[in-house]
Design a protein. Structure first.
Ligand code: NAP
Length: 310
């Protein structure tokens, strides 16, 4: 059993910022980073709205931003373990038990920043064709669809941002939305509507992903008219929201009905000594800037809590 003062679970912007603040507070934090640093941001192409990291010549990419954040946290003493937490026991209070695939730990205090993952449509054919035409990440897979036709499912900011990105590669990007107006913010909507390669199919839901080893189309229904048809496509990019990565925490900290960790304004969970920050506890803002703010707040409160215990 490895004994740690502070463990940070997750390495997105919230975790990396918590690591920076905890390291600068001389708490020697260990970040259990997952298999890759950066969480969802590492899969994002361009970050235009993180203050201070923008120039008219070049917008930073997600991987560039998180790599700078990691370098900064490591510079001040944060350590990184590339592993995933599979079990915890917080029931006896501190020290808290944490188990990964590779090791077992005890920690005096913990910050949970394991983020969120993309929701699936849960229709026939979807799981079968993941990696063979179905994708949840334009940045990762867009390149494979050069000169091809793709559909984007969803009407939010992610769907518009990723749809616009996919027009760099695809011949045609058809956005399918279940209503007749987008949820996305005005700026992204205007860019999407102005993009000649993008078109919109309203009031339409996907019933099935079809193919012959690779995706060849989707069966859809117009929910206003009831008309069912097949849309031919080479790729199905799904951006219909996220769910929090809290399965390994069930029964250990209080969560809302959607599985998001409940925190107070000091980023505390209901277990003293366990804090949470970023998308694992935030279904509302979900921005790099807000996650960074929550991560720093959590580390500041953790330091105060540890000091008060001594
Ligand atoms: P979101 O805002 O929750 O949008 C999800 C979209 O998918 C909605 O249009 C929703 O339809 C649709 N949808 C949900 N479940 C569906 C289902 N089962 N079948 C078909 N469609 C379904 O999610 P998001 O776009 O990932 O954005 C999440 C948060 O991150 C938001 O707060 C967003 O502002 C933020 N974000 C910001 C940026 C940026 O600022 N550049 C970029 C990405 C994300 P309805 O509209 O009918 O509910």
């Amino acid at each position: 059993m490895e004994k740690e003062r502070v463990i940070i679970v997750g390495s997105g912007p919230a975790g990396l910022t918590a690591a920076l603040y905890a390291a600068r507070a001389q708490l020697n934090p260990l970040v259990i980073a997952g298999l890759m640093v950066g969480g969802q941001v590492a899969l994002t192409h361009e970050i235009e709205n993180y203050p201070g990291f923008f120039s008219s010549e070049k917008t930073p990419t997600g991987p560039e931003l998180v790599s700078l954040m990691q370098e900064q946290a490591a510079h001040f003493g944060a350590r990184f373990e590339y592993d995933e937490v599979i079990e915890v026991d917080f029931s006896k209070g501190a020290p808290f038990y944490i188990k990964t695939y590779g090791k077992e730990y005890q920690a005096d205090a913990v910050i949970l920043t394991a983020g969120a993952s993309p929701k699936h449509m849960n229709v026939p054919g979807e799981e079968e064709y993941i990696g063979r035409g179905v994708s949840y990440c334009g940045t990762c897979d867009g390149f494979f669809f050069r000169g091809k036709d793709v559909v984007v499912i969803g009407g939010g900011d992610s769907a518009m941002e990723e749809g616009i990105f996919l027009t760099r590669f695809a011949n045609k990007v058809e956005v399918l939305h279940r209503r007749d107006e987008l949820r996305a913010g005005a700026a992204l909507q205007s860019r999407a509507f102005a993009n000649e390669k993008m078109s919109f199919v309203w009031n339409t839901v996907v019933d099935e992903v079809v193919g012959n080893g690779v995706v060849t189309g989707i069966n859809v229904t117009n929910i206003k008219t009831g008309e069912a048809r097949t849309i031919k496509t080479d790729g199905v990019f799904v951006f219909i929201g996220h769910y929090p990565n809290t399965k390994f925490l069930e029964g250990q900290v209080a969560m809302d009905e959607h599985g998001y960790i409940i925190t107070d304004e000091l980023m505390r969970t209901n277990v003293p000594g366990i804090f949470a920050a970023g998308e694992i506890q935030d279904p509302i803002y979900r921005q790099v800037a807000t996650s960074v703010g929550q991560g720093s707040a959590a580390a500041i409160q953790l330091e105060r809590w540890l000091s008060a215990q001594e």
